[in-house]
Design a protein around this ligand. Sequence first.
Ligand code: ASP
Length: 593
Amino acid sequence: MIVLDFLGNLKRTHYCGVLRATDVGRDVVVMGWVHRRRDLGNLLFLDVRDRSGIVQVVFNKETHPEAHAKAEHVRSEYVVAVEGNVVKRERPNPEIATGEIELVASKLHILNNAKTPPFPIEEEINAAEETRLRYRYLDLRRPKPHQNLALRHKIVLEMRKAMDEMGFIEVETPMLTRSTPEGARDYLVPSRVHHGQFYALPQSPQIFKQILMIGGLDRYFQIVKCFRDEDLRADRQPEFTQLDLEMSFPRQEDIFRVIENVMVRVCAVAGIQTTVPFPHMLYKDAIRKYGSDKPDLRFGMELHEVTECFPAEARQKLQIEGNVFAMAAPGGASYSRKQLDELTEKAKSQGARGAYFVKVAAEGTTSTAEKLIGPENVKKLAAACGAKTGDLVVAVSAKQEIKGTEAAALAAGQLRLHLGEALGVIDKTQWKFLWLTGFPLFEWSENDRTWVSAQHPFTGIVDEDLEKLESAPWEVRSKGYDLVLNGYELGSGSIRIHRQDVQERLFKALGLTQEQLRKRFGFFLDALMYGTPPHGGIALGVDRIAMLLSGEKSIREVIAFGKTTAAQDLMAESPSEVDRDQLEQLGIQIKQR
Ligand code: ASP
C-alpha cells in the first residue's frame, strides 16, 4: 500500500509539454499522469503527461534515493507531481517536442493511484469504439481528442466573434418548448404540474428565431443544442449543435455573405484557406450532374443523361421507368465480374432498377448491355460520358418515376461516391464549398404517400410559383438554400414566408386541417399578423464543421460525450429507467413490451 501525498500548497510551474532546451538549469514543478515507466535499476524513467504533452523524468538512486524509492511504486496513469531540475539529454528524442531535455527529479509526490486502464493511453489505439465511449474519460486523455475539442472551442469562439462583429445578438431560446417541425421525431419531456402534457426539446429554434424578428431584434444568432430523434449515422447525433441565425429584410446574398465570412474565419482557425464567394448550383443541376443534393466537387465523374441510348424495346425488357444516367469511372475497366455484380447490388439497394456497364479497354469495348441495346448504343453511351481507354461506364436505371425526382440519378450519385473513393480519384486536399439553391418546396414521401416539406414549412416560396401551390406542388420552388462542403451538408436555411395568408395556405397544402394548424401553430400564425418583417436565416452544423476541419470521419470524435448509433451514452448509461416515485409524480405508467 502506498501512502498518497496531499497537493497542499505545491504549485505547478510548467506544463509538461512546454519545456525546451532554453529551460535547462531551471527548477520546475510539473504535474500529470504517468504515461510510461521504465526501470533500469539505478535509473528509473517516468514519462509524465498532461494536456500539453509529455516530459521525461529521471529518478537517480544515487543522487536522490528517496524520490527513486517512491518512483518504484508508481504505475501507469498514477497522478504525480514532480519537483526537479531541467537538464539537457545526452541522447535527444526527436519524436517528442520536449525531446531535447529531461527532468532530474528531486522529489516525487504521488497524488493518486489508478486502476490499470482497459486500453493504453496512446495516440493510436485500437480499442473498440464502445470501449472508448464507456471509458471516455480515459479516451479523452489522448492527444487527438484534446486537439479536437480545442479546435472545436476555437471554431465556436471565432463564430461568436464574427457574428458579434457583424451586429448579431446572441439570444437564448427555450429548451422546454413545443414541437418544431424539422421533420424528425421529438424528444418529449413530461410535465409534472400538468399531467398528460409534454414539452418537446427543440429540433431547432426555428419558430422562436422568426418570432425574434417579429420582435424587432433584426439580427439574431445562437450557438445552440438541437434535439432530433431520428436514425443515427456517423454524422448525426440525437443532440447536436448549430450556429443558428436569422436576419430581417435580407436578400439571399446578404445571408450568403454573412456565412461566407464566418466560414472563411473558421477555416483560417484550422489553417485552411478558402476563397469567397462560394460557387452556386441549382438543385436540379446537382441532381442531374452529381445525383446528390450535397455534391462532392473534389472530383469529376459527372453524370450524363443517356436515356436515348436505351431504345423502347430494351426499356420494356429491363422495366426501366424514367431517365437513365451514366458516368465514366476512370480506371474502372479492370473491374472483375464480381465487382460489377457488387456495383449492381449497390445500385439496387439505392432504389435502382439495374446497372449496366461498358468497359472501354485497350482490347476493345465490351458491355453487359450490348445484346439489349445494340453495339451502336453502347458506343453512344461511352461517348456521351466522354469515356477514355481504361474507363468503366456505369449506367443506372430507375424502377419508378416520381414527378420531379430523378430516381436513377440519385442511385447513380451513390455509385459515383463509392467509385470515386474506391478508385482513389477524390482529391482529399481540397475544400469545396457550394451554395445549393432552387430547391423544390415539396418532396414526395414514399412512407406517407404524400407531398411533404422538403425543408420545413416556414421556407419561403418563389414568388412566381405561388399560384402552383395547390395545382402542381412538384413544380413549386422554394427560397431555400444549403451550404455544402466536400459532399457534406453543413447547413440549410431560407428566406421565410412572412405573410400570414401564405403561411396558412402552405399548411393547408401540406394537408393540415384548420383545427390541426390552429392547435399546432396558432400562436405563430397569430404572431405573423402583427407586422412581420421579411426575414430569413440559416443554421450550420457545428459538429460537422468541427469534424471536417479536424479531419475526422465521425462527429463523435469532436463531441466530448457522444452517443452510440443506438442513441445511448455508454458512460453515463443513459437512457435509463427511473424510480417508480418519479413516474408516479409525472402520472406516467410504463407499458411492458
Ligand atoms: N431550422 C433550420 C434547420 O435546423 C435552419 C433554418 O431554416 O434556419 O435546419
